[in-house]
Design a protein around this ligand. Structure first.
Ligand code: AP5
Length: 238
């Protein structure tokens, strides 16, 4: 069959608010996959006031991007422990420089990128979602007042702890984050498409939709078709 014994090495690619975190969490819940979100990692660094966190605090609050070399270290220190797992990267790479560094790092390990999922959601949909987003900072769990509200208003489903707004989810900062996406991040898509054209082991899948419910079945289809070695969790509740 297709893709047996091949590890999922996936990038969840898309604009801020496209649903990268929400769809990654859904895949991780149902399948034996782990996910690494650089946004969540940075928010933890900021909360713990680490060296990276002190650097990140203002940059993230302003909707800018951290330097490529800092991000590479943050990611690879976690990623190197996941060599025998199927994984998803959410929020990395975000520049051409990060993409090339990551490819070099993975090819040294003999386990190159195998899937790029491009979430294609219209800007007007994204803007309305951001104002409704609430997060549980310690876990990165994401809620939306209209789409996936918490069971108890204002509180995390699993810990009962209070939910907060992200400091970068105001309209001004969000506009800056979208601008960064178009300037620095979107060129990565052409880079991966060109790579996929000459490399049969890399697939690029663009999934379009106004809601994650339109995108989810497409996403599952891609995983099941191309990565038959990815198994459902025995305890997965559907
Ligand atoms: P990061 O946390 O990665 O932010 P982002 O890319 O802007 O992505 P978001 O987390 O905003 O959105 P998402 O696509 O995950 O959407 P979600 O699922 O939450 O990064 C934050 C900052 O860190 C960056 O700005 C930068 O400063 C820094 N940084 C991070 N990585 C970096 C890197 N590699 N290099 C340099 N700097 C870096 O969904 C959004 C909302 O929509 C939620 O409320 C959700 O509930 C809702 N929703 C989802 N699906 C639906 C649906 N079907 N219908 C209605 N609502 C829905």
């Amino acid at each position: 069959g297709h893709g047996e014994g091949r590890f999922l090495r996936m990038i969840m690619f898309g604009k801020p608010g496209a649903g990268k975190g929400t769809l990654s969490a859904r895949l991780v819940k149902k399948y034996e996959i782990v996910s690494l979100s650089t946004g969540d990692l940075l928010r933890q660094h900021i909360a713990e006031k680490t060296e990276v966190g002190l650097l990140a605090k203002e940059i993230v609050a302003a909707g800018g991007l951290l330097p490529d070399d800092v991000m590479l270290k943050v990611v690879t220190s976690k990623l190197d422990k996941l060599y025998n797992k199927h994984w998803i990267l959410d929020g990395f790479p975000r520049t051409l420089g990060q993409g090339k560094m990551l490819d070099e790092h993975l090819s040294r390990q003999g386990s190159p990128m195998s899937l790029v999922v491009n979430l294609d959601v219209p800007d007007d949909v994204i803007l309305s979602r951001i104002s409704d987003r609430w997060v549980h900072l310690p876990s990165g769990r994401v809620y939306n007042l209209s789409y996936n509200p918490p069971k108890v208003a204002g509180h995390d489903d699993e810990t009962g702890e209070p939910l907060t707004k992200r400091p970068d989810d105001n309209p001004e900062t969000f506009a800056r984050r979208l601008e960064q996406f178009y300037q620095s991040t979107s060129p990565l898509l052409a880079y991966y498409s060109a790579k996929a054209a000459s490399d049969a082991s890399l697939k690029v899948a663009t999934l379009a939709g106004r809601t994650s419910d339109e995108i989810w079945p497409q996403l599952e289809g891609v995983i099941r078709t191309h990565f038959s070695s990815v198994k459902e969790r025995l305890d997965s509740k559907r």
